[in-house]
Design a protein around this ligand. Structure first.
Ligand SMILES: C[S@@+](CC[C@H](N)C(=O)[O-])C[C@H]1O[C@@H](n2cnc3c(N)ncnc32)[C@H](O)[C@@H]1O
Length: 251
C-alpha cells in the first residue's frame, strides 16, 4: 500500500508529512505493533483452557499467546511469516521453554505431525482472502488431532453500512502511537494504521484486513470439513470478538 491509497485520516497524515506506508509486521513496524499488542490480555485464558498435548500456534507474532503457553510448560510450535516478530518472540521465551519457531506461511505449511490444539488468535484469519482461508483450513485439518481455535471480529451494522473511523492514542516510552482504524463496510475492508511520533522521528505502518463475519467463517469452516464445538461471543460493542472452537468433522 502506498500513501495515496491509505484511506481516511491516516492517508491525510501520510500526505501531510510525506510519509510512506510501511508494512506493520515488517522489520521497522514490528516493535511498534508489539508496543500496542503486548498489553492486550484477550484470549490468553481461553487458549490456556483449551491447551492439551502439543500446540501449534499460527500467526504467533511476537508471542502474546505463545509466551503464556510456554510458561505453563506446553510444547508449542509457533509459526509466523514475519522474521522480525519471531526474533522478538525468541528473545522473550522463558528459560527451558519447549518452543520451536517456524518462519512460514499459514496457508502453505507441512510439519509432518499433528497437534492437540491449533490456535489462530487475534482475528488474524482476516488477513487472508477467501481462497487463502480455504488453503489455511486444509493445512490446519491435516495437522489437527484435537481442536482448532480461531477468533474473528463481528462489526456493528454502523461500521458495515458506510465508511467510519476510530482512533486511539497511546504514549509509551519516548513516543506517542496513534492507532487509526478505518472501516469500509461496502468493500469489507478494515485498514489499521499506526503512526509513531517522537521528538525526532515520525513513521506510519499499515495493514489491511477483511471484515469476515463469524457466520461467514463458520460456513467456510463447515465447507472445509470442521464442526463447530463451541462458539463464544464477547460483550456486545461495535467490534465483538467471536471465538470458534472446532473439531474435524470426521473425528
Ligand atoms: C494481528 S497479528 C497477531 C499476532 C499475535 N497472534 C498477537 O496476538 O499479537 C497478525 C500476525 O499474522 C502474521 N501473518 C500475516 N500473514 C501471515 C501468513 N500468511 N502466514 C503466517 N503469518 C502471517 C503477521 O506477521 C502477524 O504476526
Amino acid at each position: 500500500m502506498n500513501r495515496s491509497n491509505i484511506p481516511g485520516t491516516a492517508g491525510q497524515v501520510a500526505a501531510l508529512f510525506g510519509l510512506p506506508a510501511k508494512p506493520l509486521y515488517g522489520k521497522e513496524g514490528a516493535p511498534v505493533y508489539d508496543a500496542i499488542a503486548r498489553h492486550d490480555p484477550s484470549e490468553i485464558r481461553d487458549v490456556l483452557r483449551l491447551a492439551r498435548g502439543p500446540v501449534l500456534e499460527l500467526a504467533c507474532g511476537s508471542g502474546r499467546l505463545t509466551v503464556p503457553l510456554a510458561a505453563r510448560g506446553h510444547e508449542v510450535v509457533a509459526l509466523d511469516n514475519s522474521a522480525a516478530l519471531l526474533g522478538m518472540l525468541a528473545d522473550r521465551l522463558p528459560a527451558g521453554a519447549d518452543v520451536r519457531l517456524v518462519e512460514g506461511d499459514m496457508t502453505a505449511f507441512e510439519l509432518h505431525r499433528r497437534f492437540g490444539l491449533v490456535v489462530l488468535g487475534t482475528s488474524s484469519v482476516c488477513l487472508l482472502d477467501t481462497s487463502q482461508r480455504a488453503e489455511l483450513f486444509a493445512c490446519v485439518r491435516r495437522h489437527l488431532a484435537g481442536v482448532f481455535y480461531v477468533s474473528v471480529l463481528d462489526f456493528a451494522g454502523l461500521l458495515l453500512a458506510r465508511q467510519a473511523e476510530r482512533s486511539t492514542v497511546v504514549v509509551q516510552d519516548q513516543s506517542m502511537i496513534t492507532l487509526f482504524q478505518h472501516f469500509d463496510g461496502r468493500r469489507g475492508v478494515r485498514t489499521t494504521s499506526l503512526l509513531q511520533e517522537s521528538a525526532d522521528h515520525r513513521a506510519l505502518y499499515t495493514s489491511e484486513v477483511r471484515m469476515v463475519s463469524s457466520e461467514q467463517l463458520a460456513e467456510e469452516l463447515a465447507a472445509a470439513g470442521f464442526k463447530i464445538l463451541e462458539r463464544r461471543r464477547g460483550l456486545d460493542s461495535e467490534q465483538v470478538q467471536v471465538q470458534l472452537i472446532c473439531g474435524r468433522h470426521d473425528d
